[in-house]
Design a binder for this molecule. Structure first.
Ligand SMILES: [Zn+2]
Length: 474
């Protein structure tokens, strides 16, 4: 198990243990009381087992929790009970209608020239093949662009194989370059006449698990079945194609859509002492794919925001404004919870002082970025200084927020990002191998320390950051 703790984390943790409260960033413009409170929060977070205990329970007692499934409903009840047990206030379930889809049986194998079964899994939302499966010749492409470039009937009756290798990167940038293949690939392939699409998993690492994820069919084109091959299985297919003889592939998927179902955003709060109507939103998503137990994606995020809120709830004096934990429904298969939240709280969005989302694994956090009004950037500097002892660098005003924050970003809510080290995240993401053992408790605790720092600072600022100008790139 190649999980490693970043060296900076160990250094930062060691530094904090010997740092008396109140001696944090010397250049900070923050008042001494705030600095001392945050130093105390950080020290308690680094020694706290709440997050790892929550994550263990979520993965053991619930496991996979695809939106609208019985396990998802169980997860909603679990989360509401857990937030109440952490002594958060106003714990509630806000109903969300979610689309439902089930994977069903799936099978893939090379039929010729050298027959053998391959490991694959349907992309989320894929239609089924005919019940007897389909067999066709495979045509390989190294990118979506090269597929887009071929003539409209070039793939008539064939299977397109998108064979792009995702790059390993600490910031996860390899995923942004690969995800369009999964989301758009099936419709682009269909526009060229293909009857199915295979892709190399959007993943790093080389275990023999396939990585799923949502695909999106374009209007007006045939909906063709689509699946991701495990990385070593994509290698086998690639090697047979490279030998030059036509490769025939058999694919059978039973996946299907069901009627819409019901889930919920699960909410809990620390009520602000002076401005309770102003909200600092800490988000994560409660749903997961149906394959792994959703430990890294996004059980860890849920545990981080829950544990951070609990530490703040236990302070002798609550922060100035309200901290609201939102565990969003159905991030993975269409952002239903994010949309429902923005709709339900539309009139209150102007009073959302800040939003952040933890949805990139279990840490450690290595960088911090804002998406604030340009006139407010100096007000983020003391926060960056407070995060520095945890080994976190500032990346300026480059923040984007997680997927569940898109509707908030679109109306100018100030955003802050605490980015986890994603070097190994995509070895497991969206696969059967996303399980609890991949999580390092110390990295998770450091993430809680960072989240508590951000949340308390934002909730305690005398005035919230200005609204962010909404531009064309929103
Ligand atoms: Zn996620």
């Amino acid at each position: 198990m190649p999980r490693r703790l970043d060296r900076t984390l160990a250094v930062a943790a060691a530094a904090l243990l010997v740092l008396p409260a109140g001696t944090l960033p010397a250049r900070s413009e923050s008042d001494p009381g705030l600095v001392a409170t945050i130093a105390g929060l950080q020290q308690r977070a680094l020694a706290d087992d709440t997050a790892i205990d929550l994550l263990r329970r979520l993965t053991v007692e619930i496991g996979p929790r695809f939106a609208g499934s019985p396990a998802d409903r169980k997860a909603v009840e679990w989360a509401a009970a857990a937030l109440a047990a952490l002594e958060l206030a106003n714990v509630r379930r806000e109903p969300v209608v979610v689309p439902r889809w089930v994977r069903g049986a799936e099978e893939g194998r090379i039929v010729a020239p050298h027959p053998q079964p391959l490991v694959l899994t349907a992309l989320g939302g894929s239609v089924a093949t005919p019940p007897e499966g389909l067999t066709a010749e495979v045509v390989e492409f190294d990118s979506l662009e090269s597929l887009e470039a071929v003539a409209d009937v070039a793939l008539a009756g064939k299977i397109a194989f998108l064979n792009h290798r995702m790059e390993r990167a600490r910031d996860g940038s390899g995923y942004s370059a690969t995800r369009p293949i999964r989301s758009r690939g099936p419709s682009v392939a269909a526009s060229k006449g293909a009857i199915a699409m295979l892709m190399r998993s959007a993943a790093t690492g080389s275990h023999r698990f396939a990585h799923t994820g949502a695909t999106r069919y374009a209007e007006g084109l045939p909906r063709i079945p689509a699946a991701a091959l495990a990385v070593p299985d994509a290698d086998i297919l690639e090697a047979q194609l490279a030998a030059g003889a036509p490769v025939e592939f058999y694919l059978a998927l039973e996946s299907r859509r069901l009627e819409d179902g019901l889930s919920a955003n699960v909410v809990g709060e620390v009520i602000g002492r002076e401005r309770p109507a102003e909200i600092v939103l800490l988000g994560a998503h409660l749903d997961s794919w149906d394959t792994g137990s959703g430990a890294l994606d996004d059980g860890a995020g849920c545990a981080i925001v829950m544990a951070a809120a609990r530490l703040i709830a236990r302070l002798p004096k609550p922060p100035r404004r309200t901290i609201r934990v939102v565990l969003f429904a159905n991030e993975e298969f269409g952002l239903s919870g994010a949309r429902a939240y923005a709709e339900r709280h539309r009139d209150a969005l102007a009073r959302h002082a800040l939003a952040t989302e933890s949805d990139f694994g279990a840490g450690p956090i290595w960088r911090f970025a804002t998406r604030w009004h340009p006139l407010d950037l100096d007000r983020a500097a003391p926060l960056a200084e407070l995060l520095a002892p945890l080994g976190i660098d500032s990346f300026g005003n480059t923040g984007r927020g997680g997927a569940d924050l898109i509707p908030l970003r679109q109306v100018g809510v100030p955003i802050a990002d605490l980015t986890a080290d994603g070097t190994y995240y995509f070895d497991y993401h969206h696969s059967e191998d996303d399980t609890f053992d991949k999580v390092d408790p110390r990295a998770l605790a450091q993430s809680v320390a960072a989240m508590a720092t951000l949340a308390y600072y934002a909730a305690e600022m005398p005035d919230p950051p200005r609204r962010v100008p909404v531009g064309e790139t929103q």
